[in-house]
Write a protein that binds this ligand. Structure first.
Ligand code: IMP
Length: 432
């Protein structure tokens, strides 16, 4: 049985929601393996729209099981709020349908505050990352620093105080240094106690559940968040998120062997966007960028921030194909390019006078690369709503074929509008 991992092959916001929704209908179990509630997408099912940030997409579908893996950083307050929002829409997500890995690190108020404090301080020094201020980075720091409070700790109120002390020793030292008030032990204990009762029934051994599903030959969908260029190792460091957003993390972030990951579907936008700070070689801070942003409705789902927009960067996506082992891509938002006379594609970079065909790893070099473009003819007819190749103008087909060639991976799905059925299916990633 083929399992599928869905990852973003650019800077996130490639349109994963619609594709994950479509795939989750075919899956038996849906697993989140990294990130936290910094992600966000909207699913529209039978005319009702659901906004999800932390919960896997399987939760809005009857008969699907959902898992939050150990690679996620889990904000219990965001979790409770998301459960409540779903309940208002008539969707009850109990432990019969969702489990959280016992070894998942928690995001607490101290992390959220620290994220905000640092971003505010950085605004004045020019080192701002432009985070979602959800506490993601500080929570991962504590996990790697071996002082995190983990989901399983909520089950044992006797051992919790010592863990809270250890965490606060670190945070209060930081807070003092930054000129902020210390957090009292009781405050954090109260915070944890207030959510423990709700969370504890969901806590489980996710690795074991996944192993059982795998042995039964069930279909597993690994739902990635953010995108390859935001990966802590492979992205545009330090302007990245604090987790591995690439396909390999599906295994370690959920507790399954890499051989079980299967098909890697890279969600890829027909142009490029990014939110937050950092290098963006094909950015168009001009009328074209404005056009793409307005036509593509490029505003963040989580923070509402305007996304930066630019031409398709084949260098970046080719690198993403290599790093993730992308089997096929889902190309999204092709219709946003409808009506343009000419379309540009970045096919290489110039760095200090020399041509290169990859994104260099250093921050300085990333800031200096200049895009080398190829210009292709646009198409006047609309691609919006196309459901077969024959519905597409010849130039649009040529654009898609050229992208395949440049990135070295085939298009498995082509999405031509936010509507679910407006999709051209070339290969079903779950197909055995
Ligand atoms: P953090 O993940 O909140 O720490 O933010 C770090 C960087 O990742 C910032 O540039 C954010 O804008 C970006 N980021 C985080 N989550 C997403 C997402 O879901 N889509 C796009 N960018 C994101």
């Amino acid at each position: 049985m083929t399992n599928v991992v869905v990852i973003g092959s650019q800077w996130g916001d490639e349109g994963k929601g619609k594709i994950v929704d479509w795939l989750s209908e075919r899956a038996d179990v849906v697993v989140r393996f990294q990130g936290g509630h910094n992600a966000g997408h909207t699913l529209v099912i039978d005319g009702v729209s659901y906004k999800l940030s932390l919960l896997p997409s399987g939760v809005v579908r009857e008969g699907k099981f959902s898992l939050i893996g150990n690679g996620v950083v889990f904000d219990p307050h965001a979790f409770v709020a998301e459960l409540e929002r779903l309940a208002e829409k008539g969707v009850t997500v109990g432990p019969d349908r969702l489990r959280i890995a016992e070894n998942t690190a928690l995001i607490l108020s101290v992390h959220r505050e620290l994220d905000g404090i640092r971003e505010d301080a950085a605004s004045n020094s020019g080192t701002k990352i432009g985070t979602t201020r959800r506490g993601i980075g500080p929570a991962y720091e504590d996990k790697v620093g071996r002082r995190a409070i983990r989901a399983m700790d909520l089950k044992n109120m006797e051992t919790l105080p010592a863990k809270v002390d250890r965490l606060l020793t670190h945070h209060n030292a930081l807070r003092r240094g930054l000129g902020y008030e210390e957090v009292a032990h009781e405050t954090l204990m109260d915070e944890l106690q207030s959510v423990a009762e709700t969370i504890v029934p969901y806590i489980d051994r996710v690795w074991k559940i996944l192993d059982d599903y795998r042995r039964r030959g069930a279909r597993i969908l690994f739902e990635g968040a953010q995108g390859t260029l935001l990966d802590i190792d492979h992205g545009t460091y330090p302007f990245v998120t604090s987790s591995n957003t690439t396909a390999g993390q599906a295994a370690t972030g959920s507790g399954i062997g890499p051989g079980s990951v299967g098909y890697v579907l890279g969600i890829t936008k027909a142009y490029t966007t990014r939110v937050g700070e950092g290098p963006f070689p094909t950015e168009q801070d001009n009328d074209i960028g404005q056009f793409l942003g307005e036509r593509g409705y490029e505003f963040g789902t989580v923070t509402g921030r305007k996304r930066r927009c630019g031409w398709f960067d084949a260098v970046l996506v080719r690198q993403a194909v290599a790093i993730n082992g992308i089997t096929g891509i889902a190309l999204t938002k092709l219709d946003v390019l409808d009506g343009l006379d000419e379309i540009r594609i970045c096919v290489g970079y110039k760095l200090d006078g020399e041509e290169i065909d990859y994104l260099p790893a250093s921050q300085g070099a990333q800031a200096r690369v200049e895009a080398i473009y190829e210009t292709v003819e646009g198409w006047k007819a609309t691609t919006a709503g196309a459901r077969t190749w024959n519905d597409l103008p010849a130039q649009a087909v040529k654009y898609v074929r050229h992208i395949e060639e440049l990135i070295g991976a085939p298009v498995a799905l082509l999405s031509t509008s936010p509507e679910r059925d407006d999709t051209i299916l070339v290969t079903d990633p779950f197909h055995d």
